[in-house]
Design a protein. Sequence first.
Length: 472
Amino acid sequence: MIMSRTEAPRDEAAGDLADQLLGRLLDGLPAEAVLTDPDVTAAYANDMASFCAAGAPAVVVLPRTVEQVQHVLRTASALRVPVVPQGARTGLSGGANAVDGCVVLSLTRMNRVLEISPVDRIAVVEPGVVNADLSRAVGEHGLYYPPDPSSWETCTIGGNIGTASGGLCCVKYGVTAEYVLGLDVVLADGRLMSTGRRTAKGVAGYDLTRLFVGSEGSLGVVVRAVLALRPKPPQQLVLAAEFASSAAACDAVCRIMAGGHVPSLLELMDRTTVRAVNDMAHMGLPEETEALLLAAFDTPDPGPDLAAVGALCEAAGATSVVPADDAAESELLLQARRLSLTALEAVKGTTMIDDVCVPRSALGRMLDGVAAIGDKYGLTIGVCAHAGDGNTHPTVCFDARDADESRRARESFDEIMALGLELGGTISGEHGVGVLKKEWLAREIGPVGLEMQRAVKTVFDPLGILNPGKLF
């Protein structure tokens, strides 16, 4: 419901503040950009994470311009009202969850690709641009934006920047942070700041651009981004290798990386995940395998690379090695991998998706440990992984209506994170901390690190209004 200030209902508990907030917002925003109907605003309360508390927003604002974002932040600062920036809410850590009485600042209507430069190999975009839309737009110019989260058809660039997200291609091309050259950011008090550059090189001053990447909207609101592009590579071809154990598949990963190969993709799906994808999409994947490893190359002639990797897989104990015949078959295998998390959710109706990243050399121990944790708690835990960079996604499947099973799911999730840290890893490779993992962030970085991070937050957001309750 779109409301004028005269139509807005008065909250008896906090009527003055609610009226002031709505009135001031409408002074600088069109009425259609301000939503107050509780049935509508409730839809903006949370992202896709389980076990993450979410409050009731006072209002949802959908700006279209930088000036409108500035107006929202000035208003919120003046009234000391929290602001929760949001993209498409595809996050998996509760980082976009509302807090009671907040302004939800949804940036999905700021969705323009402002510039594509084949000479400078950059794109300038607004935060609400969908990842896949950007990829298609730059592809028309023979260019490529590599970061491709599994939710790339719906997630936004602003959200990707907020969580420093990754994707299937990270093993060769890296994560979002490596493609963000510069940002326009609205600070908590409404001031507009530019960071970074448009040039290929630049080392002037502190790297504030990197500071904002992964900050989950806690330091400022990204309203424009300068992104690095690459020449569009040839269509990749995929090889599928089956293994009798996850340990053997992980051994193959280590052999491939130690051998100096540079695959464009190196992904792993365990037996539980393969069966879940087959049950949902009927893709005919080999259900008898304990682990399915997908390796791809996007070089002009991928044949020799695929053959070499196939030989390494066989040396590690692969029971079957099958290169895709063409691009269409390759895309089918990649689609199966992209469906993994959705398929696992269908196993029991609810999932907790972990995001632990470990050194590649510890990948086998990580997967064996996850299997033992699943047995300990009597739970189905499927694992898919960006195996080439050690980023695992153990996915705990459970029935949220069963209180005991829900408890066991949460406890198993925590044990998986503890295992990752024990193996020299990190609690999040690409999903962020949000609400779900903030206690674990404190364990990972220690008290001094936590103190420094809080100090940085205070410099940029002295009133603490930006996405409060997230990270720490």
